[in-house]
Write a protein that binds this ligand. Structure first.
Ligand code: SF4
Length: 379
């Protein structure tokens, strides 16, 4: 018996399923992700495709080749074309017609269109993938952490009003009708809170006027040592202006490891900064890097990080992200390993180490969740 095709309109997508496979399309008709048991393929806004397969508790990641990506697109679009012949509902029919216009060739054009608006959106917290990223600044004002290659391709720069205006125009053109499906504005790149307060508040004001409810709430990254640039009163003003969540890389509570990683400031200073943010009413996303430093730091890294997190007034609203270490492939990192300053876990040791951290941090008042850099894409 032939398999039947099901079509469902959800709040932000149209889902077409046949057998154990479901394809999801956004309101412009672009394919966004597909699922089948044990496998998900997601498409990024800049037209990359990531396949995640899960088996026996482990996950594998594969960027699809151009050929495999085209095959994926073609299969999903063909299924939509078949469904188009069957469905009489006008809303669904119009959606299916839009899918037919998003050919593999046209989808490939998103890579160039994205690059016209954005410098690479190198990383986002996993609960911000559906935000509208606005690059009010580029890069990181510090840019020297040993494990971080996110912004080595660009100098730190705060956009001028004219540059921000052009960026906003570009965002409108790029997202078009898809803007309606973004929720919240993420202020990029690496630590937008260093922007002088008056200027930052002015930028938020412009964004609220331009994007209305989408710009509610704001969130951003901030490194604990850059908080010196803000008084308590300034932080309160930024919070009152709608920036609700600050994501911050604590990375480790071990001062010895922090020094090797070239992370400025002590763990106590980092905890003080996080407590100041909590006292000012921000929700926190605190990122720690599981496995960084390797076996030689494992016990100290876990214990000191746990102690530091316990000294922060975390609540159930906050999230602690356990981010398994990913080797940045940087020559200075390799050099530090060669000199014996730190080491690396083997691939087979990463899973057990993550499980150990999960158990150790389970008693914290915040939610504790995994933040896999390998799964990241802005989509
Ligand atoms: S970890 Fe944060 S502070 Fe360090 S270089 Fe990367 S973005 Fe900058």
């Amino acid at each position: 018996m032939p398999l039947s095709t099901t079509v469902n309109i959800r709040s932000r997508s149209l889902a077409i399923g046949r057998g154990d496979t479901t394809h999801h399309f956004d309101r412009s008709g672009r394919l966004t992700f597909s699922t089948r048991p044990g496998e998900t393929i997601r498409r990024s806004l800049d037209d990359r495709a990531l396949r995640v397969t899960a088996s026996a508790g482990a996950r594998d990641y594969e960027q699809l080749s151009a050929r495999d990506k085209e095959r994926w697109y073609t299969g999903a679009i063909a299924l939509a074309a078949e469904a188009r012949g069957q469905d009489a509902d006008p809303v669904t029919s119009a959606w299916l017609a839009r899918i037919a216009t998003q050919t593999p060739w046209r989808l490939a054009g998103d890579a160039e269109a994205f690059a016209r608006v954005y410098l690479p959106v190198s990383i986002l917290p996993p609960d911000q993938y559906h935000a509208l990223v606005v690059q009010v600044s580029h890069g990181c004002s510090y840019n020297r952490c040993l494990f971080c290659d996110f912004y080595r391709d660009r100098p730190f720069h705060v956009k001028t009003p004219a540059e921000l205006g052009a960026h906003i125009d570009g965002l409108r053109e790029f997202f078009a009708e898809r803007l309606a499906d973004r929720s919240g504005v993420f202020l990029g790149d690496g630590n937008a809170l260093v922007i002088p307060t008056g200027k930052l508040l002015g930028m938020m004001d412009v964004l609220r006027r331009e994007f209305g409810p989408i710009a509610d709430p704001f969130s951003t990254f901030m490194d604990t040592f850059t908080l010196d640039h803000k008084t308590r009163g300034e932080l309160a003003d930024i919070r009152a202006a709608g920036l609700t969540t600050v994501y911050s890389g604590l990375e480790t509570g071990s001062d010895r490891l922090r020094a090797v990683l070239r992370k400025p400031g002590t763990a106590v200073e980092a905890a003080d900064a996080l407590n100041l943010l909590k006292a000012t009413g921000f929700r926190l996303g605190v990122i720690v890097i599981v496995g960084v430093g390797g076996p030689q730091f494992a016990a100290e890294h876990l214990q000191d990080t746990l102690d530091t997190l316990r000294s922060v007034n975390l609540t159930r609203q906050d999230i602690v992200f356990l981010s398994p270490f990913v080797d940045p492939g940087l020559s200075d990192f390799d050099d530090a390993v060669r000199r014996g300053l730190l080491s690396r876990f083997g691939d087979e040791e990463v899973g057990p180490e993550l499980a150990r951290w999960r158990r150790a941090l389970a008693g914290l008042p915040a939610r504790v969740t995994t933040y896999s850099l390998k799964e990241y894409m802005y989509w």
